[in-house]
Design a protein around this ligand. Structure first.
Ligand SMILES: C[S@@+](CC[C@H](N)C(=O)[O-])C[C@H]1O[C@@H](n2cnc3c(N)ncnc32)[C@H](O)[C@@H]1O
Length: 254
C-alpha cells in the first residue's frame, strides 16, 4: 500500500482498461444483496449513494427492487461508460470515494460492493461517508481474511492468501475506522452463496482470471496452479468439495 495516496492501494488494476470485459465474469446480486436491501429498507432509503458502482452490476438490481434516487459514483470513467451504456436510471458521478462532491447530509443510505480494498486511507473514506449521510446507514461488502485463508484455491496457488490479505482490509480494521469517524452500531454479517462444484467450468473461469487475485499472482505460480487444478479436475470431473463463496457486509449508523 502506498500511504501517500489516500484512495489508491498498490493494486495494478486499470479499471478503464478492463471495463469492456468486466461483465464477462462478474455479476451483481451476490449473496450479500438481500442484506443490502434489508438495510436500505430499514433506513427508509430514498436518496442512495453507491460508491465504486463500476459497470452497474448491483446498481441495476438495487433500483429494480428498491426504486429510489440513486447516485452511482466511480473513479473510473471506463467503468461508468459501461454503466451508462446499460441505460441504468441513476445519476453517474466520476469522482473518488475519499473526496465526495456532495453536500453534508445529502443521502440516507450508501453502499459499496468490493470497492473498499482499493482505498488506502480508510479513515478518510469513513469520514466522507459519515459527512454525506443524513443520519442514515453505510454498508460495505468485502471479504474477510478468515474466508481468504480458508479459500479452496489456496491449495493450488500458494500465494493466494498472501495476495488477498495484503489488499483486503480485515473486518476489525474497517469497523474501527467507521467508529473513529463517528459511526455507531457498527456490525458485520457473513453471508454465503449456495455451493457450486469446482469442475471444468470453474477451472475455465480461473484460467480466464475471473477475479483479479489471479492477475496478481506470480505468473509461473498461476500457470502451474491452473495446470495442476485442471489435471485434478479432469480425473474425477470435479474436486471432492464444492466452493461456497462468502462475503461480509460491514454496516453502521451515521
Ligand atoms: C471490483 S470493482 C467493483 C464494481 C462493482 N461495485 C461491482 O460489485 O461489480 C471496484 C470498483 O471500485 C472503483 N474504485 C476504486 N477505487 C475507487 C475510489 N477511490 N473511488 C471510487 N471508485 C473507486 C473501481 O473503479 C471499480 O469500478
Amino acid at each position: 500500500m502506498n500511504p501517500s495516496h489516500p484512495d489508491k492501494r498498490a493494486t495494478p488494476i486499470d479499471y478503464d482498461r478492463i471495463a469492456p470485459d468486466y461483465d464477462t465474469h462478474r455479476q451483481g446480486r451476490g449473496p450479500y444483496f438481500g442484506e443490502l436491501l434489508r438495510l436500505a429498507r430499514a433506513a427508509d432509503a430514498e436518496r442512495v449513494l453507491e460508491l465504486g458502482a463500476g459497470t452497474g452490476n448491483n446498481t441495476a438490481p438495487f433500483l429494480e427492487d428498491l426504486p429510489c434516487r440513486l447516485v452511482a459514483l466511480d473513479r473510473s470513467r471506463g467503468m461508468l461508460a459501461r454503466h451508462a451504456a446499460k441505460g441504468i436510471p441513476a445519476t453517474r458521478v466520476n469522482a473518488s470515494a475519499v473526496a465526495l462532491p456532495f453536500a453534508d447530509g445529502a443521502f440516507d443510505f450508501l453502499f459499496a460492493t468490493y470497492m473498499l480494498h482499493h482505498i488506502g486511507d480508510l479513515d478518510a473514506l469513513a469520514r466522507e461517508c459519515h459527512r454525506v449521510l443524513d443520519g442514515g446507514t453505510a454498508a460495505f461488502v468485502t471479504v474477510s481474511h478468515d474466508f481468504i485463508r480458508r479459500h479452496p484455491m489456496n491449495a493450488w496457488f500458494p500465494s493466494f492468501a498472501a495476495v488477498d490479505c495484503a489488499r483486503f482490509q480485515d473486518i476489525p480494521a474497517i469497523e474501527a475506522a467507521l467508529r473513529r469517524a463517528g459511526f455507531a452500531e457498527v456490525h458485520a454479517t457473513d453471508v454465503e452463496s449456495p455451493p457450486r462444484p469446482i469442475d471444468a467450468d470453474y477451472v475455465g473461469r480461473v484460467a480466464d482470471r475471473f477475479i483479479s487475485t489471479y492477475d496478481l499472482l506470480p505468473p509461473e505460480e498461476f500457470a502451474e496452479g491452473v495446470a495442476r487444478l485442471r489435471a485434478e479436475v479432469a480425473k474425477h470431473g470435479a474436486l471432492p468439495n464444492p466452493i461456497v463463496r462468502e462475503a461480509t457486509v460491514v454496516y453502521a449508523q451515521a
